[in-house]
Design a protein around this ligand. Structure first.
Ligand SMILES: [Zn+2]
Length: 131
């Protein structure tokens, strides 16, 4: 185990702001994708506008998630979780081992929860998820 003393420092405010913007932009892209799918889907149904509003209200949350592909849904969940970590100050730390996730990795994958080592262990099924 290498020393983690200097590795566990908080991200600069400017970095946090940048990552938050990236995450929110990415989230909006996924949501826009969903809105587009919904518009396409509407055209195929011949129902009254009022019915559509009622149905949308009833089923909105369920359909909202079901309409995503598995990958988009998972990505959105990861982005939401990353935004929560930005709020509670745990963003940028690898959850299992507690070290800083390298900024170069966060720039490529702003919703990353793990450092490279833990990510590899997770993909091999060796990591116990603490959530
Ligand atoms: Zn780690």
């Amino acid at each position: 185990m290498p020393s983690t003393k200097q590795a566990t420092k908080r991200l600069a405010k400017s970095s946090i702001t940048r990552f938050r913007q990236q995450l929110e932009t990415r989230r909006q892209e996924i949501l826009n994708l969903y809105e587009h799918d919904l518009e396409v889907g509407k055209g195929s149904e011949d129902i009254e506008a009022d019915d559509l509003v009622d149905r949308a209200n009833d089923a909105y949350n369920r359909e909202f998630m079901l309409s995503f592909s598995g990958g988009e849904r998972e990505r959105l969940r990861e982005i939401e979780a990353a935004l929560e970590r930005l709020d509670d100050g745990s963003y940028g730390f690898c959850q299992p081992c507690g070290i800083n996730i390298p900024q170069v990795r966060l720039k490529a994958v702003p919703w990353a929860r793990y450092c490279i080592d833990c990510q590899e262990r997770d993909e091999q099924g060796l990591l116990v998820d603490v959530d």
